[in-house]
Ligand binder design. Structure first.
Ligand SMILES: Cc1cc2nc3c(=O)[nH]c(=O)nc-3n(C[C@H](O)[C@H](O)[C@H](O)COP(=O)(O)OP(=O)(O)OC[C@H]3O[C@@H](n4cnc5c(N)ncnc54)[C@H](O)[C@@H]3O)c2cc1C
Length: 394
């Protein structure tokens, strides 16, 4: 087979996983990323053994993951709105554990660190920055190829394969489907404390990993970050225009934080209010969007989607990036087989989509159930009981 011309759109964790797999197998590709340079932000992600961790092994980055991930942060505490601690893994952590045991759960890694590991391993010209894709069109010259049109009016022509890894609002998806993400019913306000060690109460209350509190239509989650910070999400089941119309001035973060707690969380336990109020650094409100459970598209030669572009989900099962990195693993293996002459490129893409659609649907269902449970009256008790049931005593 003559060398394939491959474009990957977007430089998120899923795209960069696929790129590393391609690079390890001497498959050339170009990533087109909308941002002007390599930017890393976002909270902590947990990578599971059978998905995210497996993809990193395939990408040749397992040792880097072991070095930089935080298995000790795989430690949950569940508190109900009355302040009662229903489950606390800080109290049952084992000390002497093998590497296998350490990584058997859901070790955390900061999104920033994960992106750096993936990015630094790539050849220096792998990503073209400042290229916001406008649309993918059938090539004006070659029958079976595609051209890329960018927002800066530039064009790149003649791709055999375009992989859309361009996240929630994917432009590549528009060539495959009319379906757009829908509002999930949940909006969250994220607040940060950049140095949790400067606030001993916060350190003690949250523990080594994450603290979760759920109840009717509301939730508070706190997550320790690898850089010594704490990120707290105060989440609400509210209409989709809540952030714009609720009347809180988000620009004035000190007033906004107080007003948010006073208006929407005034009746919950003081500790849960304090965990939000003590995070006085950055503040960011956002609505959460999702693709319908079971979203698929009719196969089209030479174009496919991976990651959030293919199956955007809310974070209420903590699986989004894991499902996406598995996409990278499965598609990567298929394309390697095609390049080595074991199958046609089109069959490779079909095989990937056949495997991915039901896997994504199963995870999207689990996420939808997680969302219902977390925002229900007995959410904290249900989750604590579930964790107790699955707990293997040390
Ligand atoms: C609060 C929160 C917590 C989460 N926690 C977890 C967790 O614990 N575990 C887990 O598994 N998942 C979690 N997720 C989900 C996870 O963050 C996503 O599934 C993951 O980031 C998807 O990666 P991606 O590479 O597909 O897309 P993205 O990370 O969205 O990357 C897409 C890239 O494409 C670029 N791009 C977009 N449009 C264009 C364009 N037109 N042209 C060129 N480039 C473009 C963007 O700039 C970006 O770099 C969480 C999500 C949220 C919101």
């Amino acid at each position: 087979m003559p060398p394939l011309k491959i474009a990957i759109i977007g430089a998120g964790p899923v795209s960069l996983t696929l790129a590393n797999i391609f690079q390890n197998n001497d498959i050339s590709f170009t990533i087109y990323e909308a941002a002007d340079n390599f930017r890393t932000s976002g909270g902590t992600l947990d990578l599971h053994p059978e998905s995210g961790q497996l993809a990193l092994k395939e990408a040749g980055l397992w040792d880097a993951f072991v070095k930089h991930s935080r298995p000790e942060a795989d430690c949950a505490k569940i508190v109900n709105f009355e302040g009662e601690v229903l489950w606390d893994e800080n109290l049952c952590k084992k000390n002497d554990v093998s590497e296998e045991e350490k990584f058997a759960g859901r070790p955390e890694i900061d999104r920033k660190v994960l992106l750096e590991i993936l990015y630094k391993n790539l050849r220096s010209d792998a990503i073209t920055f400042g290229k916001r894709l406008d649309c993918v069109v059938s090539s004006s010259i070659y029958d079976t190829k595609y051209d890329l049109h960018f927002a800066d009016s530039s064009r790149e022509a003649g791709f055999d394969l375009v992989v859309g890894a361009d996240g929630a609002w994917s432009k590549v998806r528009m060539l495959l489907s009319d379906i757009k993400p829908q509002y999930s019913g949940i909006s969250m306000v994220e607040v940060n404390c950049s140095d949790i060690h400067a606030n001993l109460w916060l350190l003690e209350f949250v523990g080594a990993g994450s603290m979760f509190s759920f109840g009717e239509a509301r939730a508070v989650f706190a997550q320790r970050q690898g850089d010594g910070g704490l990120r707290v999400y105060a989440a609400l089941r509210v209409p989709g225009d809540f952030v714009e119309t609720c009347g809180i001035d988000w620009e004035d973060k000190d007033v906004a934080r107080e007003e948010l707690v006073e208006r929407y969380f005034h009746d919950i336990h003081d500790d849960l209010k304090r965990v939000t109020l003590d995070c006085k650094d950055e503040l960011m409100p956002r609505a959460l969007w999702e693709l319908p459970v079971g979203f698929t598209w009719a196969h089209r030669s030479g174009v496919t989607l991976i990651g959030d572009a293919a199956h955007l989900m809310t974070p209420f099962a903590g699986v989004g990036v894991n499902v996406g990195m598995t996409d990278a693993l499965v598609l990567g293996r298929e394309i390697v087989a095609a390049v080595r002459g074991a199958k046609e490129l089109d069959d490779a893409i079909k095989e990937y989509e056949k495997e991915m659609f039901p896997r994504a649907e199963e995870n999207a269902k689990e996420t939808a159930e997680g969302k219902e449970c977390h925002f229900s009256k007995d959410g904290a008790k249900i989750v604590a009981d579930m964790m107790r049931e699955h707990h293997v005593p040390g």
